[in-house]
Design a protein around this ligand. Structure first.
Ligand SMILES: [Fe+2]
Length: 234
């Protein structure tokens, strides 16, 4: 299992508050047999510069690695990434590739929680065509209820993007059906815990994978694993 979306880095966003919490989150990931974690702290262009974000992220990662070494702990590979919040004209923003996962051209993009307008589609298309990035839409199931008009949603889903889905909704009976429907329609999706802490938003990938295997079939998990490894180059 690959956790493609997590806020496991200490003290950088609204996720893990310190190294103790990060180490505990990583222990939970390990117990669930997660083989790689993508650390995706929030990036908001209106509040932060890419330079300062990257500096804070590398500082946070160093703190985490030092704490793990001090405790004598060895964890699965942690890939540095970002959850980049959409902004108008993001498709033309030259600094965006610096926010891709590790040394890849893979970008985890958080879209607006409102009805999407045509410019959202155009900006994503620009990221794909002009910047030649691989775009992964973060927790795609969370936008669906805002898309009363499905025209833009359908157009975005027809673009060559990948969808990341959160584990949580697969474990909630009120949201499970919608998530399973999206998983089956999109077929190749990436899974993430979007873990922020140890309780209300904890690492929960294993449980979600069990539900998916039971309710949709093992083949969906296999496709997810294969895609995750391909995008991480592992
Ligand atoms: Fe997130």
């Amino acid at each position: 299992m690959i956790d493609f979306h997590s806020h496991v880095l200490p003290g950088i966003d609204d996720g893990s508050r310190d190294t103790d919490m990060s180490l505990a989150m990583l222990r939970m990931e390990q117990e669930q047999n997660v083989q790689a974690v993508v650390a995706t702290p929030h990036f908001y262009a209106e509040q932060d510069s890419v330079k300062s974000f990257l500096k804070r992220r590398s500082h946070s990662m160093e703190r985490l690695m030092r704490a793990a070494a001090y405790e004598g702990l060895a964890f699965m590979p942690i890939h540095s990434g970002a959850e980049v919040a959409y902004f108008r004209h993001i498709g033309e923003a030259a600094m965006i590739p610096q926010l891709c996962i590790q040394d890849s051209r893979v970008l985890l993009l958080e879209l607006p929680f409102c009805q999407w307008e045509s410019f959202v589609y155009e900006d994503i298309a620009e990221l794909l065509r002009k910047q030649e990035l691989t775009v992964v839409l973060a927790h795609v199931e969370r936008y669906y209820r805002f898309q009363k008009d499905k025209v833009i949603w359908n157009a975005v889903m027809e673009l060559p993007v990948y969808c990341q889905m959160n584990a949580g909704p697969f474990l909630d009976w009120r949201e499970r059906k919608r998530s399973l429907d999206i998983l089956k329609t999109q077929r190749c999706v990436l899974l993430g815990s979007d873990a922020h802490n140890l309780n209300s938003r904890k690492p929960n990938l294993r449980e979600a994978c069990s539900e998916i295997a039971k309710r949709a079939g093992e083949e969906y998990l296999e496709a997810t694993e294969k895609l995750g490894s391909k995008l991480l180059g592992t």
